[in-house]
Design a protein around this ligand. Sequence first.
Ligand code: FPP
Length: 257
Amino acid sequence: MEKSLKDVAIIMDGNGRWARNRHRPRIWGHVRGAHVVSEIVESSSDLNLNSLTLYAFSTENWSRSKEEVYFLFKLLDKFLDREKEKILKNNIQFNVLGDYSFLPEKTLKKIINLKSLTSVADGLKLNFAFGYGGRKEIIDAVNRYIELNPNKAIDLESLENNLYDSSLTDVDLIIRTGGDLRISNFLLWQSAYSELFFTDTFWPDFSKTEFEEILKNVSIRERRFGGIGKVLSFDNQKIIAKKHSDSLVSEVKSLEF
Ligand code: FPP
């Protein structure tokens, strides 16, 4: 795979609609979605990605029903139990991005435990964005900086050092499932030069096959990071310029008045 696609993030959308299409409650879609999470984590680890960041609970998701919100907390708890061994076996480093202090005590303990058990793992870095909002992350970073440096202006590097995960400052690719074409407050800072890929597939129908297909498709895009991409050598530019000079001269002349 192309070297540049190493840090990938996913907005896992469409669980509710997937369930509704099957005349099931919304949480049905989340349950199926959690199984897809396992499959994509495994695939990312097999593909040797640096990091996979999953948008699992946003600062805006609080506007859902209490039952659904609580269910998502429980699902995370169960996920930690179910996937712990696999995470350890596959040398995955587990991390949570966001302000997730609202989670039940027992879930917080499981997170702390898994984070510490995997802190030296050097395989895939798996980030669960939970209680996460991109705007809040930037505000939190600025406030953390001001607290330590009250009279100093913040610069790019200082801001990046104060993000939730200072090693994740740029994401190569953001995939969104579920058909909507927006970023929804996800990784606002880190997505400055991300490639974006939107698929209509609802998250519970997403698969390793589609994931790998997307990575393959995106890896052949040219990423210019504000530059002008691959540039011909000066000699080659001269040869091409000579070849086209006659037609260009007449074209320019025709524009003169
Ligand atoms: C968006 O779909 C999905 C979420 C807000 C939750 C994401 C959760 C999972 C993928 C399940 C796995 C999570 C854990 C914690 C292991 P939606 O409900 O907004 O779908 P809709 O747009 O069709 O209504």
